[in-house]
Design a protein around this ligand. Structure first.
Ligand code: GUN
Length: 300
């Protein structure tokens, strides 16, 4: 391996430390405690793990954490009524509805029912529009975490060639907007892209966000490029014992690390940054709601 390993775990701990400092200041100087509400509908095991982890870290940085766990058959009207109640609750500054939602619920309708100022996921159509026009918005957590790591590693990414592989609303599209707002030259590649290998080979920055295990091999990477791996894929790992699994990203780590200048590992790369950025967004939302200066370095 020749690449610098970008340690998301350490970076995320640093971001959480900065968030905790701001929370202390808000409490001591303004008697305000930032509050985050997480809504989980149903019992999807992966979602339950995420929600538990979010709740624990929210409390660790000194914020108020509220969890609403709803039955899988909850009618849409009940979920919308809960969102209304959270929208008007002065102790709640951030609202996150865990996705995916059960099939009978209209995801777009539910997300757009959240007050955009409390939309710490940055999924509300108003925030999407604000980000797309380079205005102050709430920014989706995973792309924000990737941007923070890129800025920390490079200082400025202005003028760099960036390729985002994947066009999801949660990662690919907002990631491309953030890179563009930082003056990178951005290409969005996807499943219909022709000559993907050649497109990726031109990139100084590669963001892989497709959800396909180890699909980017080292010979697609320009020597010295920075590789950010957003993928979290679970593979069987019989070598670790029967029924065991291991996590891999969307890039083939070993072959890419041999060529890249810097690379994020999986696990321990982008993953920990997502929750850290959720906490950062909650503090930002709290400051904005109270007309206070927002934290420096924790927003896009
Ligand atoms: N499910 C998986 N990732 C996310 C996320 O970032 N936000 C929400 N709300 N749900 C998710």
């Amino acid at each position: 391996m020749t690449a610098t390993r970008i340690d998301g775990k350490t970076f995320a701990a640093k971001v959480r430390g900065q968030v905790a400092e701001h929370v202390t200041r808000l409490k001591n100087d303004h008697a305000i405690t930032p509050g985050l509400a997480v809504v989980l509908v149903g019992e999807d095991p992966a979602s339950q793990v995420y929600v538990r982890s979010k709740g624990k870290m929210t409390v660790e940085v000194g914020m108020k954490s509220v969890e609403h766990k709803l039955d899988i058959n909850t009618p849409e009207a009940d979920l919308l009524a809960l969102i209304d109640q959270l929208n008007t609750d002065p102790e709640i500054h951030g609202i996150l509805v865990q996705l995916p939602l059960p099939k009978h619920l209209d995801e777009d309708l539910v997300i757009n029912a959240i007050d955009p100022a409390k939309d710490v996921d940055g999924f509300h159509i108003s925030n999407v529009g604000l980000l797309g026009t380079g205005q102050k918005s709430m920014v989706p957590c995973t792309p924000l975490g990737c941007l923070m790591m890129l800025r920390a590693h490079h200082g400025s990414i202005s003028g760099m060639d960036a390729v985002v592989i994947g066009r999801s609303n949660i990662v690919g599209k907002p990631m491309a907007q953030l890179l563009l707002n930082d003056s990178a030259t951005v290409t969005i590649a996807h499943s219909r892209t022709k000559d993907l290998a050649d497109v990726v080979r031109r990139a100084d920055i590669v963001i892989a966000a497709v959800g396909r295990p180890q699909m980017v091999p080292g010979d697609w990477i320009k020597p010295g490029a920075t590789v950010i791996d957003v993928g979290i894929n679970r593979l069987d790992a019989p070598e670790k014992g029967e029924g065991k699994t291991r996590l891999v990203g969307d890039v083939d780590f070993d072959s890419c690390a041999a060529v890249a200048g810097a690379i994020t590992p999986v696990p321990g790369g982008v993953g920990p940054m997502t929750i850290a950025c959720l906490l950062a967004n909650t503090v930002t939302a709290c400051c904005r709601a109270n007309g206070l200066a927002e934290p420096v370095g924790l927003t896009a």
